[in-house]
Write a protein that binds this ligand. Structure first.
Ligand SMILES: Nc1ncnc2c1ncn2[C@@H]1O[C@H](COP(=O)(O)OP(=O)(O)OP(=O)(O)O)[C@@H](O)[C@H]1O
Ligand SMILES: [Mg+2]
Length: 249
């Protein structure tokens, strides 16, 4: 579905992506984990057309889309739910979803649009109950649901999520992760950046570990969960003490 080869990108003189390659196959949930500042958002930005790569290539379904603008990536079926959600705060839930579905409605008509809306409300019933509420007054979890819902309204094949669980309480995080799993059963392909490594690797088909602009490790979700380096760096105390014990520390 999506392939990046030797991708390099940055901001002015700052080199952030240092020649990385990745692929996402149809129907996969692919996770990217890594420390703050590793360049994860820059990577998603360069795949979604927000950051222009300085070298390397991006292909979507075999077609070269390197350096394509975000509108073109969206039209090609690749949607980004950005870090911090970026909703239209003074607009209602319904209006945010309508904006997300604007092109589908124009292309395929009102019926298709209404079907998509019903699909979003089925995934997130809370959004259906709160259609008239201003997006900016929704809780953090509800805003994340709305951001995902808005993105779905464009009928993406590939949905990219940047830290969907950020700032949310454990119970809400659970809901978001089960929604991500549900996206796969709806035939979507997912590329997700997450700090919550344990939870995302449990549902991911594959994952990559990113360090300072490079992908340093790749494996299935299970392989990465079982990897000592991953356990020590990203899976917290409970895992690092098990790893230390095994190695006699
Ligand atoms: N718009 C920008 N202009 C200049 N530098 C930027 C910009 N966005 C990001 N950077 C820099 O690029 C580097 C990588 O940032 P990026 O946001 O991609 O990391 P990240 O892995 O997503 O971090 P986090 O986990 O904190 O979200 C950082 O050093 C950051 O300061
Ligand atoms: Mg980021």
């Amino acid at each position: 579905m999506l392939k990046a080869r030797n991708l390099e990108a940055g901001y002015g003189p700052l080199r952030v992506l240092k020649g990385l390659s990745l692929h996402v196959a149809p129907g996969e949930i692919v996770a990217i984990i890594g420390a703050n500042g590793a360049g994860k958002s820059t990577l998603l930005g360069s795949l979604a057309g927000l950051v222009r790569p300085t070298s390397g290539s991006v292909t979507l379904r075999g077609e070269d889309v390197t350096g394509s603008r975000p509108e073109r990536m969206l039209a090609a079926g690749c949607s980004l739910v950005p870090e911090g959600r970026k909703l239209f705060a003074p607009m209602t839930v319904r209006e945010n979803l309508e904006l997300g579905g604007y092109s589908v409605r124009r292309r395929l008509g009102r019926k298709a649009f209404e079907e998509d809306l019903a699909g979003v409300f089925e995934l997130f019933p809370r959004l259906g109950e709160r259609q008239g509420q201003l997006a900016g007054t929704m809780s953090g979890g509800e805003q994340q649901m709305l951001a995902i819902g808005r993105s779905l309204m464009s009928r993406p094949e590939l949905i990219m999520l940047d830290e969907p669980s950020m700032g949310l309480a454990p119970l809400v995080i659970k809901q978001i992760f089960s929604a991500i799993s549900a996206l796969r059963s709806r035939g979507k392909t997912v590329l997700v950046v997450e700090q919550n490594a344990k939870a995302i690797l449990k549902i991911a088909s594959r994952g990559y570990v990113m360090e300072t602009g490079s992908l340093v490790l790749e494996g299935t979700g299970q392989e990465l969960l079982a990897n000592r380096d991953v356990q020590r760096a990203y899976l917290g105390k409970e895992y690092s003490s098990i790893a230390d014990e095994r190695e006699g520390r």
